[in-house]
Ligand binder design. Structure first.
Ligand code: FAD
Length: 304
């Protein structure tokens, strides 16, 4: 193991805020791949030369180039993007990080037409990058979504919508593929993933491969909101899939499992309503249970 790789396993605190808006690190785009047929979501691999180490579940801040029109004379502020690879990166070098970025577009509510003058600055900058382009990084940031590795037999339940799957791709690389981990993973990981259609399930082939090759370590359940209906006749969201496994999820949580949520802000409202219903069926008090999960640091949320 090289010195750099040893460094990535050392210490009990994650790297934090190594680069700032005033002194960002200029990294280079290694590759970019469209993840959806409409080109809206991209997987972007960034070479940071080993200078911006991070832990799974952290985010980078990206400073898009150009002047902030709202504050003339200043740069655009940075936007956060969850890192979608393990600390070693997709190439296992410890010198790269991957991002999963969705273009923010603006659709005029009056005309229903896209208005390119109002498209999101940072996401479109990233999705338009080409290999060799420079990207200013700030960070890494984030302590809320760190993968809890204190016990290698723990179970981890991950709930994602859209690009919210990014940190979980990093978690799964770490748990299921990483040979550098000090202790082998002996627990279980379960990913619930929501998307509008099958074509928008990000990294689906990778997750299906894990589920096929490592069924004792990994379970994968999806919910396609525009392709199926829930029992109330509405769209089938990720919480509807979780409701089907409600009792099992509660048992895992009672046994100390960690649960992580990442993605759309509104997902938690639906999940909590479903958990409340499961608790009622099981004769439990959901509010009390949630308070206990938070107190025990089993409940991890990053929504945007
Ligand atoms: P902005 O330029 O900030 O614009 C925001 C929105 O306003 C856009 O929809 C834009 O179309 C609209 N808008 C612009 N001008 C106007 C106007 N005049 N009138 C009306 N509307 C307008 N995103 C990801 O894709 N992947 C991730 O992994 C990810 N991780 C995140 C992690 C965290 C912890 C957080 C907080 C956020 C994360 N995000 C992620 C979201 C990301 O940080 C950005 O918020 C997102 O990409 C939009 O930024 P932008 O610069 O493209 O849009």
């Amino acid at each position: 193991m090289s010195r750099l790789l040893k460094l990535l396993e050392r210490g009990n605190k994650p790297p934090f805020h190594l680069y700032t808006s005033q002194l960002p690190y200029t990294a280079t785009v290694s590759s970019i791949q469209r993840l959806t047929r409409d080109g809206q979501v991209s997987h972007i691999v960034i070479d940071h030369g080993g200078n911006v180490p991070f832990w799974e579940g952290q985010s980078y801040g990206i400073l898009p180039p150009g002047e902030n029109s709202k504050r003339p004379g200043t740069r655009h502020p940075y936007h956060l993007y969850s890192i979608a690879s393990s600390r070693y990166g997709d190439d296992l070098s410890g010198r790269s990080a991957s991002l999963c970025v969705k273009r923010a577009i603006y659709v005029d509510p009056q005309t229903g037409e896209e208005d390119p003058s109002k498209k999101g600055v940072c996401s479109n900058f990233l999705c338009d990058c080409k290999p060799g382009d420079k990207v200013d990084l700030v960070g890494p940031f984030g302590k809320l979504m760190l993968l809890n590795e204190s016990n290698p037999s723990d179970s981890h339940i991950m709930v994602a919508t859209g690009t919210g799957v990014a940190p979980f791709r990093g978690f799964l690389q770490r748990l299921l593929e990483d040979k550098m981990r000090p202790r082998k993973f002996e627990g279980s990981a379960w990913l619930f993933m929501g998307a509008p259609t099958a074509g928008r399930l990000l990294y689906n082939e990778e997750f299906e491969r894990y589920a096929r090759d490592l069924p004792w370590s990994f379970r994968y359940d999806t919910a396609l909101s525009r392709e199926s209906c829930n029992k109330r006749g509405g769209r089938f969201y990720v919480q509807d899939r979780m409701e089907e496994h409600g009792e099992e999820i509660f048992k895992l949580l009672d046994g100390g499992s960690h649960i992580y949520f990442c993605g759309r802000k509104d997902m938690l409202v639906g999940v909590e309503a479903v958990f409340e219903e499961v608790a009622r069926r099981m004769g439990e008090d959901w509010r009390g249970k949630l308070a206990k999960l938070k107190k025990n640091r089993q409940w991890h949320v990053e929504v945007y």
